[in-house]
Design a protein around this ligand. Sequence first.
Ligand code: NAP
Length: 346
Amino acid sequence: MRIAVHGASGFTGSLIVTELVRRGLTPVLVGRDADRLHRVAERAGRPDAEVRVAALDDIDALATAFADTDVVINAAGPFTLWGEPVVRAAITAGRPYLDTTGEPAYLHKILSTYDEPAKRAGVAVVPAVTDDGVPGDLIAALTAAHLHAPIQEVVIADLRRPGAASRGTGRSMAAIMVLDQVEYRDRAWQSVRLPDTTLTEPGEPDPVPVSALALPGVYTIPRHVETPHVRGVIRGEAAALFASLTAEVAETLPEIPDSDVLAASKWLMLAEATAVDGRRARGWVTGFDPYGSTAVIAVEAARRLATDGAPAGTLAPAQAFDPASFLDHLATTGVKWQVEELPARN
Ligand SMILES: NC(=O)c1ccc[n+]([C@@H]2O[C@H](COP(=O)([O-])OP(=O)(O)OC[C@H]3O[C@@H](n4cnc5c(N)ncnc54)[C@H](OP(=O)(O)O)[C@@H]3O)[C@@H](O)[C@H]2O)c1
């Protein structure tokens, strides 16, 4: 199985190449700088891996680079700046596409604008295949389904504590934080109106303050959970840190964060669903090493798209993959997940 990795020379892209090699899949490294791509291939133990140079302003060259591969993974961000040409090229080449974006405006644009073109080309386009985008969307699907009832609201929360971030993430976050935060309210994406609130982490006695952030789930969950409201929140302390993250500060972050710090960094995605009758359920997924997890998730997603296929069009993770089966696969790499009933709200 041949998987194209566009942006393979970056931090996330190089982890994806390494994970492809670990899984016995064949990476095809695509980007703008042959030397950087070759160095990644060597570091991944595959100096013979194919390297293809194609610039973002040459869609035909990108499409040609993708044409004989099974799936395209795009890890070149900020996606708001560089993402769309790669989506267009994958659709032109007729290859399934996924990316590692966490940028809400880009995600919304891809999901809404490229659905018809992807359907016409017969390919699946799955953005936000990351350590928050996929676990958050899949656990929200399972948590809502647990209630067997119409859903009044889903809250999707990223409860990780602030940790090491790459310069690439810093650049993307700096671009996000200057935008209005968005929630799905009354079946439409609108500026956040609700005040900051609290949430309780599983296993912890006290609730923690959380603040609104347009996590990928705000855009992906309404595509498969029938509900008028989806809110995204992160820990207040993480929100405060992001708020201080300017484009200048992002440039001071390391290109490659400290690997020991990353290995010890826990991520936790939590979904709370409330049914129209007040019954509530909570689901959570947790693991370590956020960037390593993104690589594992992106490669498993690519493998499933190539092997099992998926409906044509733009898809939320839960529309592309069976949620429990995908999370069970992640469990083989140390990820834990659970769905449980909460006391009803009267
Ligand atoms: N949970 C999440 O939301 C999550 C998790 C992981 C990653 N991500 C996202 O993934 C993206 C990559 O992060 P990273 O840390 O890997 O960043 P990075 O190390 O800076 O890598 C960026 C990649 O994009 C390529 N690129 C940049 N500008 C380009 C251009 N004009 N034309 C062609 N290629 C270009 C770079 O190529 P060169 O080497 O040629 O410069 C490099 O391969 C970020 O947007 C990050 O937010 C999100």
